[in-house]
Design a protein around this ligand. Structure first.
Ligand SMILES: [Zn+2]
Length: 128
């Protein structure tokens, strides 16, 4: 089983590269807001957009969520806690004026990069 808080997964690297090619610059693996140790995968400080690449297993993607049979109860609790923490992070970001963009690891990289670009450019446009 993979460790949860690993860095630089393949979907993350592909997304970063695709977003970079679209001319967007970002910070990697930093906390968007003070007081949370929950780091985002791509952070756009000026646009106040934080992008998370969520693993299908760990974050319970609707298409690929599974629960291991061994220690089932423990896993159900663990995975539910992950999802609850994701929603809590989104809420905290929102309250701090940030927008969270969540990408599933199974998503098409170019489609995901396009979505990130749209959100970032919209926010930058609002800044004038
Ligand atoms: Zn999935």
């Amino acid at each position: 089983m993979q460790r949860q808080s690993r860095r630089d997964t393949v979907p993350e690297l592909l997304l970063r590269r695709a977003v970079w090619r679209r001319g967007l610059r970002y910070r990697v693996d930093v906390s968007p807001i003070h007081g949370t140790r929950r780091r985002a995968d791509l952070v756009f400080p000026r646009a106040k957009v934080a992008v998370y690449v969520d693993g299908c297993f760990w974050h319970c993607c609707p298409q690929h969520a599974t629960t291991p049979k061994a220690n089932r109860g423990w896993w159900v609790e663990k995975l539910h806690a992950n999802v609850a923490r994701d929603r809590d992070t989104d809420r905290r970001l929102h309250e701090a004026g940030w927008t969270a963009v969540r990408i599933w690891e199974h998503e098409d990289t170019e489609a995901a990069a396009k979505r990130v670009e749209r959100v970032v450019r919209e926010h930058l446009a609002e800044l004038g």
